[in-house]
Design a protein around this ligand. Structure first.
Ligand code: HEC
Length: 130
């Protein structure tokens, strides 16, 4: 009886360990950083992670863009700091991100509406100082 209890206890313990390991691993989720203030900062942090994953390959970490290779072809990516781009409305940005534009692929199937809205805010704040 005592042996069974010991075995059960060790099984329970290993399940806890496995469950703990699982919750630690996902690096791609937008887990809030410990100690960070809530809301706007979190939203921007989440958008920053989305940008890194989906956009940085073409637009670069600083949004400067420039020439880049896509499917073996060189494309020119405009700087998101550019005044001409900054003059475009949020609606235009949202449309471009959702539907794509020339060499830029559409993200409507990949990103949720809230994520696209957060990316528009992120681009404004991070690259256009708005
Ligand atoms: C395959 C490369 C590529 C990827 C990936 C990409 N873009 Fe673009 N993006 C471009 C190019 C090229 C343009 C210019 C399109 C044009 O004007 O023909 C552009 C234009 C833009 C513009 C400017 C629209 C305007 O008003 O002129 C914004 C904002 C933008 N991208 C945001 C994003 C965001 C946010 C992501 C990630 C979700 C992203 N892009 C991913 C290539 C890319």
């Amino acid at each position: 009886m005592k042996l069974i209890a010991t075995i059960l206890a060790s099984i329970a313990l290993s399940l806890v360990v496995i469950a703990c390991n699982k919750t630690v691993s996902p690096a791609n989720s937008a887990a809030p950083v410990a100690g960070a203030p809530s809301q706007p900062t979190d939203e921007l942090a989440a958008a920053r992670a989305l940008f890194k994953k989906n956009c940085e390959g073409c637009h670069g970490p600083t949004g400067e863009g420039g020439p880049t290779q896509v499917d073996g072809k060189e494309i020119r990516v405009p700087s998101l700091h550019d005044e001409r781009v900054a003059r475009h409305t949020d609606e235009k940005f949202t449309k471009v991100i959702k539907e794509g534009d020339g060499p830029m692929p559409p993200f409507a199937d990949k990103l949720k509406a809230e994520e696209i809205a957060a990316l528009v805010k992120f681009v404004r704040k991070e690259f256009q100082g708005k």
